[in-house]
Design a binder for this molecule. Structure first.
Ligand code: GLY
Length: 395
């Protein structure tokens, strides 16, 4: 075996994953996550309420099943189970996954990927329980009902001052559709996901590959009416989490489609993000890359964690030199997230790994707080980082 490895290295060079030195304190982060989450579960026993954030006084902020973030706590618990192999985490993950099953018939939101795919795809992978497969398929059917063929996209939000809004975050929820086709012989899910992306690529990106947050269409004619922001600084600026959603979403779409255009745009979007980071004083982005100086101190660790996870997938698909670049950037982001001031500690009595996330600074909500989806993508990125050469990279 050793000889085969050396022959491979002599002929092909070092595999990319060798470049990733073991420099992220994984064991420490997982130990912290399990201690914090155990403390939360001991004090908060209602499994119809889902951890979302935390007040400054230490009290948790929880949401109901219908909130877009309800699936991330179960997703975090599934990662704790696969990292530790301790069955009480599996039981806890199931306890916070099962109440979300009724979300599978929701047709009032595009967020079914976050709310259903994240907990139930992991539950199905672990248990092979057909009931979880059915929840995923029903949720995919519900999401498809939001597709308007005249527009060529799935509608994101029903409310608000728009006619037919489609946000960049929507790309993330398409994994539910790709998965539904992978679980069945029914390609209709796949075709809607691809139609949505192809249409998105016409309008989503500026020439420098930064993203607009909201595309607004005329639902009758399909004509693009406006390009706006909702959570970014301005219509003309780039909301950093939106940019991270784009990199992640297109990379994920490439995994299912092998469409080189998706890979091309994902790389350019990642490069834009990394160029902006190079201007920042560390590897955690401001909430908006064009936020004025007075607001640019406000960071968003969730954008950093989402990007790190996306880069770890993207590096699998690109030529070696570029792969090493993405891998090193992801590793550096994970190192930064694994240290103060971003990583919490046992003396801060936090239920969260990461602090300094921003939910919606445009509306002065959730500024500089912990957010459950930052922790979720951080754990996912750590999982990917610690399984670079393995098939269970995908959990
Ligand atoms: N998907 C909502 C957000 O990123 O804030």
């Amino acid at each position: 075996m050793l000889i085969i490895c050396w022959i491979r290295i002599i002929l092909l060079g070092w595999p990319t994953w060798v470049a990733a030195a073991d420099s992220v304190p994984l064991a420490h982060v997982i130990q912290l996550a399990t201690a914090q989450t155990q403390a939360y579960l001991t004090q908060h026993t209602d499994s119809m309420r889902f951890l979302h954030s935390q007040h400054a006084d230490g009290n948790p902020i929880e949401v109901w099943p219908g909130d877009w973030t309800s699936g991330f706590f179960a997703g975090k618990l599934w990662y704790l189970y696969v990292f530790t192999h301790e069955t009480h985490w599996r039981a806890a993950a199931l306890r916070f996954t099962l109440p979300l099953a009724t979300n599978d018939t929701l047709t009032t939101t595009h967020d079914l990927g976050f709310m259903v795919d994240i907990p139930f795809a992991r539950a199905y992978t672990i248990t092979h329980d057909q009931a979880f497969r059915e929840v995923l398929l029903q949720a995919a059917r519900s999401l498809m009902r939001r597709y308007n063929p005249r527009v060529g996209q799935i509608r994101s939000w029903d409310g608000g001052p728009w006619h037919y809004p489609v946000i960049v975050d929507n790309l993330m929820n398409l994994e539910l559709l790709f998965r539904a086709t992978a679980l069945t012989v029914d390609s209709s899910f796949y075709r809607i996901a691809v139609a949505h992306i192809d249409h998105d690529l016409r309008y989503r990106f500026r020439p420098d590959y930064s993203t607009y947050h909201v595309l607004d269409y005329d639902p009758q004619t399909g004509q693009l009416l406006a390009r706006k922001t909702w959570q970014g600084y301005a219509d003309s600026s780039c909301w950093s989490r939106g940019q991270a959603w784009a990199v992640y979403g297109l990379t994920m779409a490439y995994r299912y489609t092998r469409n080189p255009r998706y890979l091309h745009v994902a790389q350019h979007a990642a490069d834009y993000f990394l160029q902006q980071l190079a201007k920042a004083h560390d590897l955690i982005p401001p909430w908006d890359f064009q936020a004025p100086d007075s607001l640019s101190q406000l960071k968003d660790v969730s954008a950093a964690a989402i990007l790190a996870s996306a880069l770890l997938e993207l590096q699998r698909y690109v030529p070696k030199r570029k792969a090493i670049h993405y891998l090193h950037e992801a590793q550096a982001i994970l190192q930064t997230l694994s240290t103060p001031p971003y990583l919490t500690s046992s003396i801060t009595h936090s239920y969260f790994l990461l602090q300094h996330a921003t939910g919606d600074a445009h509306h002065q909500r959730e500024m500089d707080v912990p957010l459950i989806y930052a922790d979720y993508y951080f754990l996912q990125a750590l999982w990917r980082y610690s399984h670079l050469a393995e098939t269970d990279f995908w959990f």
